[in-house]
Design a protein around this ligand. Structure first.
Ligand code: ADP
Ligand code: MG
Length: 222
């Protein structure tokens, strides 16, 4: 299996007043092309921190992250932003949708920089249809339920056809039935397009849907 993403010896600390919190104490892992990887761990174990480091959103204190042999944190800020826009999609626990935009505009937004707005919106409508929201086109996020909002966020993460999707507790704010439905859409879309997924969760049940599971404990992966 070909390697897509490698991180080596990642350290990330937070300074809080006088004390330094060692959250990641040397995390190394490889993500293969096309796999779905779950990173599990208790609340506060550093899952979100690790996902942000892997996704090019948070520079580690030490260690390296490479995407297809390109060192992510050696890129210039402009190149890093371009890299993220083209290669990476994100789904967050709290959806992160913009309330002043309707759901088509929310989904199309990451593609607006790349080309025609008309084409981006057309593609957004297609993706919204694929996540079962054809009837809600034109609505704003606040008119939708939590599960529907997360389906909008999933559509948005796929708009630029990124090879790699990061999901941080994507069902953490949803009841279990709704969460399962959202995961069905996520995995359906990812498997159909052969995207690679890195998902962090504290839930065994959610993690079990992935092809491989790792566990983050005391700042290292086991
Ligand atoms: P998880 O996602 O597994 O719940 P996080 O990565 O969010 O864990 O946080 C790991 C630890 O780092 C927690 O103890 C949290 O309080 C701490 N932490 C996270 N972000 C910050 C920050 N910006 N400043 C200080 N401490 C932080
Ligand atoms: Mg978290």
């Amino acid at each position: 299996m070909d390697n897509m993403l490698t991180c080596e010896n990642i350290r990330r600390t937070y300074k809080v007043g006088q004390t330094t919190l060692d959250v990641l104490k040397g995390v190394s892992l490889e993500v293969n092309e096309g796999e779905t990887l779950a990173i599990m761990g208790d609340s506060g174990s550093g899952k979100s921190t690790l996902l942000h480091v892997l996704g090019g959103l948070d520079r580690p204190v030490d260690g390296s992250v490479s995407f297809r042999n390109q060192n992510v944190y050696r890129m210039s800020p402009a190149k890093l932003a371009k890299f993220r826009g083209e290669n990476v999609g994100y789904v967050f626990q709290s959806f992160h949708l913009l309330p002043e935009l309707d759901i088509v505009e929310n989904v199309a937004l990451p593609a607006m920089a790349q080309g025609s707005a008309k084409a981006a919106k057309e593609r957004a409508r297609e993706l919204l249809t694929e996540v079962g929201l054809a009837e809600r086109i034109g609505h704003r996020p606040q008119e939708l339920s939590g599960g529907e909002r997360q389906r909008v966020a999933i559509a948005r993460s796929l708009i630029n056809e990124p090879d790699l999707i990061f999901a941080d507790e994507p069902t953490g704010n949803l009841d279990s039935g709704t969460g399962e439905k959202v995961l069905n859409y996520l995995f359906q879309l990812i498997e159909a397009r052969r995207h690679t997924l890195v998902l962090v969760t504290h839930s065994k049940e959610v993690a079990s849907r992935c092809s491989r599971e790792l566990f983050l404990k005391d700042g290292i992966l086991i």
